[in-house]
Ligand binder design. Sequence first.
Ligand SMILES: Nc1ncnc2c1ncn2[C@@H]1O[C@H](COP(=O)(O)OP(=O)(O)OP(=O)(O)O)[C@@H](O)[C@H]1O
Length: 237
Amino acid sequence: MSDRPAILEVRDLHAWYGESHILHGVNFAVGEGEVVSLLGRNGAGKTTTLRAIMGLVGRRTGAIKHRGDEIVSLTPDRIARRGIAYCPEERGIFASLTVEENLMLPPVVQPGGLPVEEIYELFPNLKERRTGASGTRLSGGEQQMLAIGRILRTGAKLLLLDEPTEGLAPVIVQQIGASVRRLRDLGFTILLVEQNFHFAARLADRHYVIEHGVVVDRYSRDDINQRMGELNKLLGV
Ligand SMILES: Nc1ncnc2c1ncn2[C@@H]1O[C@H](COP(=O)(O)OP(=O)(O)OP(=O)(O)O)[C@@H](O)[C@H]1O
């Protein structure tokens, strides 16, 4: 656990899609202002963990505390309105809208969201394209920046990012990494699902490893180098 107050505490979380029991008692915590990564092989349950926090699975049990309040029985819109935002792996950019229209789409849920100009400062590529290209004319990296950028306006302070680097070229991965660092400096808390272990290792303060729907190990930033061998084995990289 970190020494900062927990913004999110997940205890004995179980989740189901229909009859499929996917999470079998997940435990972890995220401190305010931290970047925490969930690592694990394909199908381990990382995305399901993010979706379960947002209330987007068929059924879930256990405890999910956000700023000390139990949210496990809340609906997804109530969870979002508490200032928790989810950026899905598929990004969800609307092709028929311009960059700026996509940016303005999610409703503001809390005070203190970033002004649009500040989002453009974080992601200058988006500014260049603000009125022109529609969603799908953007590169994969630009789509990812837009998917992250548009939740910053909403006032959400806890960001759940699902594989932000997937399919992106190394130079873009670096840009996304720099943006995540700036977001941490701005006071956002970030829970990240990553397949790109090297990206996560450089970025996150702490890591949890998920296997078969449970957290099987945890690493601090300082542990990572020493325990690289066992991590590689766990992740199959
Ligand atoms: N909508 C769904 N209905 C039924 N089963 C699902 C659904 N979505 C995911 N699963 C199953 O849940 C398990 C965990 O998937 P999840 O997407 O959480 O894994 P992951 O660790 O994020 O890996 P990946 O990187 O492959 O997405 C997998 O066995 C997957 O097949």
